[in-house]
Ligand binder design. Structure first.
Ligand code: PCD
Length: 793
């Protein structure tokens, strides 16, 4: 057990040479306040950039007068959309092959859109000068409601796109419609529900920002930026701005949380680059909180109709769903190209179905662009919420226990690898033991007894269950790319003469602890202590190409690369060891950290001895080059499919309708566990996110398109006060195709917890006949749902 958190099994405490609980190597820096974030960077002569944003959601830009701003004594540069247009830089591609305005030229399309920028000698002057820019707008009617965005009289938002005469963004479909309809037609029971996953925001503690430094002498651009994908960003800058790729260095230093918010390229980064190119000085841009909340990548915003078909005794036959997706003014969704709806196709959940079908229509509205995977492997959060809510609605209709209903329908262990009706191949899973463990940890039967007792007294206690399967670790590259860049990851490992090592990753941590866990992966394979392994990441000049950290892909993809590169080094070490011990390779046995001669316990050499020999004097075996290093590019065979069972207990105050999460049990299965302490931290964070989304968070708009959630006083995120003492447990079902059997876990809890919490709240309200209520379940929404309730006995 750790820090007062009850843990089902106790992992090996501190196994210093590999996987296991180990304090984070990066924390001495962070707990001393010595992290190095973008905003900590001070370069000689550095200027500051501020962005003027649109106050209106939809308007024509008639004129932008910068005369007064330019006259400000500390202002060096003012740039408008028209100026960028002259250089062909007014528009940039989004991650979904749409285009987005860097600075508005023709129209503004959401409140907070970038209109002009100022570069000044200090941050305050830059901000002051924004007020001296005079923009004349002609207001247009905004499109705010996703449900009416396609009505024939709706104003057309994207008239910049040739021939565009409506707000349609894309259609997408998966599964078999006819087959699904046929199964529905013969089912005993069909349950439908309208389910909204509201627009939320990742709201990382550190907002987005960049420092651009263009050196006109050697033609090199260095961009320190808050990015989760430095290599992908570099290539895109090269492709869009025409700068030669080898003359661009993108550095992602310490990042104060990403959560998907730092995957897209934002206009601010491009503005900083333009600012530096034009002034010849380093230029810093750093958003404030409001800018981050109103203009950067939002998440979710799906209006879903879920339908489930089953037999009377609770065998689920099929799931059908229709989704209306709000993509904002520009389609900035971060997802592999072939997956415009991300991995929403996993809405079939953890159940063995006969048929499934989804039809989706995506539309443009006058809201900020995004659709980022906020702690969600590309729309899996929405998919899991849909299926786990609709399954609960079915349990309600059948008057069946939600755990029993799930157990009855789980994909069975012998069915893996399991191909779902929407074409996903789940690599491995063993669901029932995970669910059983959660039940046992929660004391499920006792909780139900307590609830029954309380119901008699009119007390509102709810027990919510959810079970999820995620698909994390994108590629493989044959199916998955972002704007043409295949989703694979490089890794390089170099063992120095004295046996210390450096491993270079293409992924980038934003707080997940990669400097520790990747050292542990290599340590496990080579027997070099993790303390002796330096992890280098987040700098395109220092690391191999790869697609970055999101969708919990670092462990499934780069983690595999790190293990395999270490095995490559070990293979070479074996050749050298055979020379050192004067035996054939076949006579050598590996025992973590050393090779020894089979049958001769005294004849052995350590990896450190071998490292010295690899670089040292004397001959190496025939054909073996000096040095001890290797590199690899790992293209995953499949995604990994972690799963989990969550049980939440809530109490609702019948007078105020305030929900309190009393207990939360989370049992996660992410295959082989590299660092259980870090995993628990990831789970605690994700569960906290879940409480936020289920009960507090929403990016809301008024009918004019004003964003009502532009500060942390309006956009409520949970603190330690709103969350219980998390209770975690785990099972281990390794991934069969991952070299160490590990699956991702970083987003599991964010994906799995909202349905557990909502299911608990709805369960508490069940005596009033309530089957569904939409997030966020604030006191006012719960109160609304409770109206018309019978007076308790
Ligand atoms: N692990 C272990 N074991 C296993 C798995 C895992 O140990 N089996 C660990 C690792 O190593 C790391 C972590 O754990 O450290 C995580 O992992 P993963 O799952 O692989 O993931 P990544 O990739 O690394 O990361 C990512 C994620 C995401 S995606 C998100 S959202 C979030 C998470 O992560 N974010 C964040 N978490 C976190 N944390 C922090 N602190 N911060 C942040 O920001 Mo997206 O798509 O982006 O939306």
């Amino acid at each position: 057990a750790s820090n007062g958190h009850r843990t089902a099994f106790v992992d090996n405490d501190r196994k210093p040479t590999g996987h296991g609980r180990m304090l984070r190597k990066e924390d001495p820096r962070f707990v001393r306040g010595k992290g190095r974030y973008v905003d900590d960077l001070q370069l000689p002569g550095m200027l500051h950039l501020a962005i003027l944003r649109s106050p209106l959601a939809h308007a024509r830009v008639l004129s932008v007068d910068t005369t007064l701003a330019e006259a400000h004594p500390k202002v060096r540069l003012v740039v408008t959309g028209a100026m960028l247009a002259e250089k062909g830089l007014a528009w940039m591609p989004t991650l979904s092959n749409d285009v987005q305005a860097v600075l508005a030229t023709d129209k503004v399309r959401f409140q907070g859109q970038e209109v002009a920028f100022v570069v000044a000698e200090d941050r305050y002057s830059a901000r002051d000068a924004l007020e001296l820019i005079d923009v004349e707008y002609e207001a247009l009617d905004p499109v705010i409601d996703v449900r009416t965005a396609l009505s024939p009289d709706a104003p057309v938002i994207r008239d910049d796109l040739e021939g565009k005469s409506d707000n349609h963004c894309f259609d997408w479909e998966t599964g078999d419609a006819a087959e699904t309809d046929a199964v529905f037609a013969r089912a005993d029971v069909v349950v439908s529900e309208d389910i909204v996953y509201p627009r939320v925001h990742p709201a990382p503690m550190e907002t987005c920002g960049a420092v651009a430094d263009y050196d006109a002498v050697d033609g090199k651009l260095t961009l320190w930026s808050t990015t989760q994908a430095p290599h992908a960003h570099r290539t895109l800058y090269a492709l869009v701005a025409g700068l030669p790729e080898h003359k661009i260095r993108v550095v992602s230093p310490d990042i104060g949380g990403g959560f998907g918010n730092k995957v897209p390229i934002y206009p601010g980064y491009v503005c900083a680059i333009v600012g530096s190119l034009l002034t010849g000085k380093p230029v810093k841009w750093m958003e404030d909180r409001a800018e981050n909340l109103i203009s950067t990548g939002f998440a979710r915003d799906y209006v879903m109709r879920g339908e489930i078909a089953a037999t009377r005794d609770g065998k689920i036959l099929a799931i059908r769903t229709n989704v209306l997706a709000d993509h904002g003014a520009f389609n900035g969704t971060a997802a592999p190209v072939k997956y415009p709806a991300g991995f929403f196709g996993v809405f079939t959940g953890s159940y063995d179905l006969e048929a499934a079908h989804c039809k989706m229509t995506a539309v443009y509205t006058n809201k900020a662009p995004g659709g980022v995977a906020y702690a969600c492997s590309f729309r899996i959060t929405e998919a899991v919420y849909l299926v786990e809510r609709i399954v609960n609605c079915l349990a309600f209709e059948l008057d069946m226990d939600p755990v029993e209903l799930r157990m009855k329908n789980f994909i069975r262990p012998e069915q893996f690898p399991y191909r779902t009706k929407t074409g996903w191949v789940y690599d491995s899973g063993n669901y029932a033991p995970t669910m059983e463990l959660a039940k046992q940890l929660a004391g499920y039967d006792e909780l139900r007894a307590e609830q029954a007792e309380k119901r008699v007294r009119g007390e509102l206690m709810g027990i919510g269950v959810s079970f999820f399967t995620e698909a994390v670790g994108a590629g493989p590259r044959k199916d998955m790319d972002i704007l043409g860049l295949g989703m694979a990851d490089g890794c390089e490992l170099r063992v120095h003469p004295t046996g210390k090592a450096v491993v270079r990753l293409s992924v980038q941590t934003q707080g997940q602890g990669h400097e520790t866990t990747f050292a542990q992966i290599v340590a496990e394979e080579l027997g070099i202590p993790p303390q002796d392994i330096e992890v280098v990441h987040g700098d395109t000049d220092q690391t191999p190409f790869g697609l970055g950290t999101y969708g919990s892909r670092s462990t499934p993809v780069s983690g595999a690369a790190a293990a395999l590169v270490a095995r490559k080094v070990r293979d070479k070490a074996k050749l050298i060891a055979s020379g050192m011990l004067e035996v054939s390779v076949a006579d050598l046995e590996w025992e973590k950290g050393s090779f020894r001669v089979a049958g001769d316990p005294n004849a052995s050499v350590t990896i450190q001895d071998i490292a010295m020999r690899a670089h040292g004097a004397g001959d190496l075996p025939e054909g073996v080059e000096g040095g001890l290093e290797a590199q690899i590019c790992y293209n995953p065979e499949n995604l990994t499919y972690p799963h989990g069972a969550y049980i939440c207990v809530v109490d609702i105050d019948p007078g105020t309708a305030k929900v309190t999460v009393r207990r939360f049990v989370a049992v996660d299965d992410c295959g082989t566990r590299i660092n259980p302490m870090i995993i628990e931290g990831q789970v605690h964070g994700g569960l906290t996110d879940g409480v936020g989304m289920a009960l507090m968070e929403m990016i809301a708009f008024d009918e004019d398109g004003n964003c009502l959630s532009g500060s942390l006083m309006d956009y409520l995120i949970p603190t330690a006060l709103e969350v219980p003492d998390w209770e975690t447990g785990f099972t281990v079902t390794p991934s069969p195709h991952h070299p160490i059997g590990a699956k991702g876990v970083g987003e599991s809890a964010t994906v799995g917890s909202p349905p557990a919490i909502v299911n608990a709240v709805v369960d508490a309200l069940a005596p009033f006949g309530i089957r569904h209520a939409d997030m966020p379940l604030t006191p006012s929404r719960v109160w609304e749902a409770m109206q018309g309730r019978p007076v308790p006995p």
